[in-house]
Design a binder for this molecule. Structure first.
Ligand SMILES: [Zn+2]
Length: 391
C-alpha cells in the first residue's frame, strides 16, 4: 500500500471535475482511496506537483517513432517517401525490438499510460513489440498493420495470411486490435474476412477515415462508394472501432458512424502538420460520437499529449477543462477502458502522471498545461501503481 500526496485534478465518472490538495492511496495497482484529509502513515510527497490521470493516446504508429518531423504537405506522398521505407525495416525483429524500446520509453517519459497502437507490418515483429510493451506494463492495445494493395510488395499481406495472423494473436493477446491501415491499401476481401475474425473474438478495430481530400477521391475510385460506406460494407464499423481523423465526413457518414457506435481519434497536431483540414468537434457532438485525442506519430510530430492538447484548442474553441476531459476520460471511453482508467477514483488502476504546474485555479492550471505543456513538465509516470518512469 502506497500513499501519494499532491494536487489531484481528475474528472469523475459522473463527468464532474475534481481539484484538491490531498492524498491518494494505491494498493496492488488499484486506487483504494482519495482524501483531502491526511491518511496516516508514510507517503510519497508530490505536494508541489499535480497528480493527473495517466495520459491516453488513442492513435499512434509505433514503426514511425524515428520519422517524426519529415516534411510533406501531401499524405500519400509522405507515406511513400518516408513511412513505407521505414516500416519495411520493421520486418527485421531485432530492429522492431530496438525501436519498440525507444517507442514505449518515450510514451512513459511523456506521461502516457494507455495507447492504441499501429504495430509493425508483420505478426512476428508485432509479437516482439508486445513483449517490450509488457516490460513497461502500460495499457497497450495494438495490432500488426495490415495492407494488401497500393503499398510496396514487402509490406503486403494476403487475406489468408492476415486471417491466420489475427486469429493467432487474438488467441494470445486480449488487447490485440484488428489494424487495417486504411481503405486505399486494404482490399474489400481483406477487410471483410478479418472483420469476421474480429467479430468472432470481440476484438477492437482501428483504421483511418477521411483524412485528406485526395485520399477520399482515391477511395471513391477504388470502391465506387463513400469512405464510411466502404467500411460499413466490410463490417468494420462496430462499437469497438476507433477511426482516426474523420475530418471531411458528410452528414450521412456521421450518422452512419454514430449509428454503429464507432469512435473517433482526433489527431489535431497531425492534421495541422499534413494540412489535412480541421475536424469539427461540433459535428461529433451533434451526432453523439465519442472522441479522444491521438498523437498520430509520425503524422503528428509530438508524442507528448500536452502538445496535442494545445493543437486541439487551435482546431476547436474548447475550454481547457474540455480538452483535459478528451485526453483522459474521453480517451478511456474511446478505447473502452473507462471502467478501469482515465480518472482517479477508487477501484480504478493506479495510472497517473506527476506534472509540474503553474497557476491557482483549475482553469488557469489546465490552460497553462494546454499552452505550455511539454516533456519537461513530467516528473513521474505510474502504471497500475508501479512507477514506470521518474526523474
Ligand atoms: Zn495514423
Amino acid at each position: 500500500m502506497t500513499t501519494y500526496r499532491g494536487r489531484i485534478i481528475t474528472f469523475t465518472d459522473s463527468r464532474k471535475i475534481e481539484d484538491f490538495e490531498g492524498y491518494m492511496q494505491v494498493e496492488h495497482g488499484i486506487i483504494k482511496k482519495l482524501s483531502k484529509e491526511k491518511i496516516t502513515g508514510e507517503y510519497e510527497d508530490y505536494r508541489d506537483y499535480l497528480i493527473l490521470p495517466g495520459f491516453i493516446d488513442t492513435h499512434v504508429h509505433l514503426p514511425q517513432v524515428a520519422i517524426r518531423g519529415k516534411w510533406s504537405d501531401d499524405l500519400l506522398k509522405w507515406l511513400e517517401n518516408y513511412v513505407f521505407p521505414e516500416e519495411k525495416r520493421f520486418l527485421d525483429e531485432d530492429y522492431a525490438r530496438k525501436m519498440s524500446r525507444r517507442f514505449f520509453g518515450e510514451l512513459v517519459r511523456n506521461g502516457t499510460t494507455s495507447a492504441m497502437v499501429y504495430g509493425p507490418p508483420s505478426r512476428e515483429s508485432t509479437e516482439a513489440a508486445y513483449e517490450i510493451a509488457d516490460e513497461y506494463g502500460i495499457n497497450v492495445f495494438m495490432g500488426q498493420t495490415l495492407m494488401d494493395m497500393n503499398v510496396p510488395d514487402e509490406l503486403k499481406t494476403s487475406t489468408k495470411k492476415a486471417v491466420e495472423d489475427v486469429g493467432y494473436m487474438a488467441e494470445r493477446r486480449e488487447n490485440y486490435v484488428l489494424t487495417l491501415r486504411f481503405a486505399p491499401s486494404c482490399s474489400m476481401e481483406l477487410m471483410r474476412e478479418t472483420a469476421k475474425i474480429a467479430k468472432l473474438y470481440d476484438l477492437r478495430i482501428q483504421t483511418h477515415i477521411s483524412e485528406q481530400k485526395g485520399e477520399i477521391e482515391v477511395v471513391k475510385e477504388i470502391f465506387n462508394k463513400g469512405y464510411a460506406n466502404v467500411y460499413d460494407t466490410a463490417g468494420v464499423l462496430t462499437p469497438k472501432t476507433v477511426l482516426a481523423h474523420g475530418i471531411h465526413l458528410s452528414e450521412e457518414e456521421l450518422r452512419l458512424i454514430s449509428s454503429r457506435g464507432s469512435k473517433i481519434a482526433h489527431c489535431p497536431s497531425s492534421n495541422f502538420f499534413l494540412h489535412s483540414g480541421v475536424m469539427k468537434m461540433k459535428n461529433m457532438r451533434k451526432h453523439g460520437i465519442s472522441v479522444g485525442l491521438g498523437s498520430d506519430i509520425a503524422g503528428g510530430p509530438y508524442i507528448n499529449m500536452m502538445e496535442v492538447m494545445r493543437d486541439a484548442y487551435y482546431a476547436n474553441p474548447l475550454s481547457p477543462m474540455e480538452i483535459f476531459r478528451l485526453l483522459t476520460l474521453g480517451g478511456a471511453e474511446v478505447l473502452g477502458i473507462s471502467d478501469v482508467t482515465g480518472t482517479l477514483e477508487p477501484g480504478k488502476y493506479g495510472d497517473f502522471t506527476i506534472v509540474k504546474y503553474e497557476g491557482e485555479t483549475t482553469e488557469d492550471i489546465l490552460a497553462n498545461l494546454t499552452f505550455y505543456g511539454n516533456e519537461n513538465r513530467i516528473v513521474g509516470t505510474y502504471s497500475h501503481g508501479r512507477q514506470v518512469w521518474g526523474k
